[in-house]
Design a protein. Structure first.
Ligand SMILES: [Zn+2]
Length: 402
């Protein structure tokens, strides 16, 4: 498998010590490119970026594909003859395979002593560790998340369940790390639900694996906090802050370990995530809102003139039937340069799939443009003002909903 490495870049700025925001770089052994972090990935569902073809993906999108493992189980037979998923799907950009799909809610009871399940829209796929390892060998992603239990929904988790969660996740991890053919480029899931003590024990249990395999481990992901799916759009990151901070303190000597966490990353939560020092973000939020005909309209750079649309709006509303402006004024995306709100609204009414394509193009451009601005503001030492500017817009949005 191609190797991928990560390094953090020290900020020249004096971001307050309570803030862990940071910049980093991902590099690859086989592809001459650098991905700057913080970054959002490009979410892929059933082998395609939802509603757009590759040639329509805006240029400012970070081309690191996020392909949940569940969507690949059905392709196992095909992959046996094609080499890797990249060559099968003609993807030359790097691929990250998270164990779960950020868009699909997990149901309880998906794991046993010898297996864990991935969930797809079509249902459950059981993976034992051998099948998991075989899948990773067939897919050959640039980086993958190791199999884990993580079945710890906050209101239903008992002490006994947390112990099982740790034991199984550790066993799955050790089996992955023990296999030299898939050892490189692993992301280690950290489990223990929302229980600080269990999360501590788990981290202590596996810390030696991190130090023994430092060159092969790309990063860690914060798992077990939630059950994935649409409700995570409203996750309260502040409640997780002490747990994440404690973990990061323990890992302070590992400067080049990347931090990631699955979630439907609404832009205000992206800001909170960056403040916690996260580097890599799921891009599934774009698919989530585009499915619901929501348009991202918050101001994310100082070249945009203020509008009355709010942070996000639903284009499927009669008030846009005669909208003569683009989805967002001053937006440089293909949709906004060529079409009006009224046209997109009309396409929705006539059930033309093109409406979804145009919406997705705009949302991808807006979301990834936002991440670009985040990096610029971190570099320019203007992060504090920038984060407040974004949080304000979403605070107003939340008030409207209440
Ligand atoms: Zn646009």
């Amino acid at each position: 498998m191609a190797t991928m490495s990560f390094k953090t870049i020290s900020l020249s700025s004096s971001i307050t010590t309570t803030n862990a925001a940071r910049l980093g770089e991902l590099t690859f052994s086989t592809i001459p490119k650098i991905i700057e972090t913080p970054a959002a990935m490009l979410y892929v569902r059933s082998g395609v970026v939802p509603d757009v073809t590759y040639d329509l993906i805006p240029d400012n999108v970070t081309r690191l594909f996020e392909i949940p493992l569940g969507s690949l189980v059905d392709s196992m037979k095909n992959l046996e003859h094609t080499g890797s998923y990249g060559s099968f799907a003609r993807i030359t950009d790097p691929i990250y395979c998270p164990f779960h799909d950020s868009l699909v809610e997990l149901r309880p009871g998906g794991s046993g002593n010898l297996y864990s399940s991935v969930w797809t829209k079509a249902g459950r796929q059981e993976l034992n560790i051998e099948r998991f390892k075989k899948l990773i060998k067939l897919v050959q992603p640039s980086v993958y998340e190791s199999m884990f239990d993580g079945d710890t929904p906050i209101d239903k988790t008992t002490e006994k369940r947390l112990v099982k969660d740790r034991e199984r996740s550790r066993r799955f991890l050790e089996s992955s790390l023990g296999d030299k053919t898939i050892l490189s480029n692993a992301i280690i899931p950290l489990v223990g639900g929302q229980d600080k003590r269990h999360r501590q024990i788990y981290l202590n249990d596996i810390l030696s694996h991190i130090s023994n395999n430092e060159n092969n481990i790309l990063g860690v992901s914060f798992e077990g906090f939630h059950s994935y799916g649409p409700s995570t759009e409203n996750a309260d990151l502040n409640s997780l802050k002490p747990i994440i901070e404690e973990t990061k303190t323990k890992l302070i000597d590992y400067k080049n370990i990347l931090f990631t966490m699955p979630l439907l990353w609404r832009p205000d939560n992206v800001i909170h995530g960056i403040d916690l020092g996260l580097d890599l973000f799921s891009g599934a939020y774009v698919a989530h809102i585009s499915d619901r005909l929501i348009i991202l309209s918050f101001l994310y750079n100082d070249k945009m003139s203020s509008n009355t649309l709010g942070a996000e709006y639903n284009i499927n509303s009669k008030q846009y039937a005669n909208g003569k402006q683009s989805l967002v004024v001053d937006c440089g995306c293909y949709t906004c340069k060529n079409y009006t709100q009224a046209y997109v609204y009309h396409l929705i009414q006539t059930k033309e799939l093109l409406s979804r394509t145009l919406i997705t193009i705009h949302n991808l451009y807006h979301y990834h443009g936002f991440f670009q601005q985040i990096r610029e503001n971190l570099k320019a030492n203007t992060w504090n003002d920038y984060r407040i500017m974004i949080l304000k817009q979403y605070a107003i949005e939340q008030e409207k909903k209440e």
